[in-house]
Design a protein around this ligand. Sequence first.
Ligand code: F0G
Length: 342
Amino acid sequence: MSQARSVGVIERFRDRLPFGPTDPVVTLGEGGTPLVLAERLSERVGAEVHLKLEGTNPTGSFKDRGMTCAVSAAVREGAQAVICASTGNTAASAAAYAAKAGLRGAVIVPDGKIATGKLAQALVHGARVIALRGNFDTALELVRELAARHPIALVNSVNEFRLEGQKTAAFELLEDLDGRLDALCIPVGNAGNITAYWKGFVEAGAAPRLFGFQAAGAAPLVNGAPVKDPETVASAIRIGNPARWEEAIDAMRASRGAIRAVTDDEILSAYRLLAATEGVFCEPASAASVAGLLKYGADGAERIACVLTGHGLKDPDVALEQVGAVVPCEPQLRAIERAVLG
Ligand code: F0G
């Protein structure tokens, strides 16, 4: 596994990806992420629940699987620059892979609505970060128009290479579980990832049920209509009009699954539970998968995987709002005894 991790998903799954042996590969060693059995959660749910820790990818989210493919393809096509609209993680990933490839990167993010860690990443990798006075949906519309007019590679999940790369997580799950998986729980925002997983499962001849979860304040697929002003603490999935709408609905139907809503309170409660009882720190959007499993169950599934899409360190502000205060202490033994034992 450690060897597989270092080579990246293109090298590891090249026979199932649209890359030839001599194509340029831009990789940071993404993929090969841990699958951890969640003992406490399994007890609660009454099934075997595994957590796919996508936050351990190089930039801290699953986006890296797709970004290695999108940026490698952009280099193959001779692109000089890449661009995306993003709630944060795509921006961080695009910025890092653009830096690695020596391309210019521009990212459009909703002003004031992206987590601090993600903003720091995009900036530190040298991308031009544009804070749009509008939400993600508007940013994506604008960036699609811009990419149609200029020779800039669009690396949002409307780019097919992104889905190709992200489907490799489904291959890894099946490998790690010897092909036996009954249900997958996954957060849904722009709906690229659920689409990619289904593609991967179908290609591998598997058909677990897909249970997708949206935040209640940003649940267009649940409501059956776009949400004009989406709102949720899970800023990564604050999306009102997903680009992969039809594909996500098709994946849900074909897998006999469901797409449902979880409230911010339910998301944060799952987020704290994962951190405090499983030792896993994910970002709020990722916890939607576990919140959904706890709320709705998995319809008799015996073996379940929850995708934890991004690392908790991405969003330190939400983390600190959720926990107790630190214990102040004078630098004396008596004081420290009281502070530690008291
Ligand atoms: N979880 C996290 C941590 C995300 O960053 C995203 C999407 C999702 C889940 C949902 O995945 O969009 O494929 O349905 N983030 C995008 C971004 C939109 O710009 O970083 P999806």
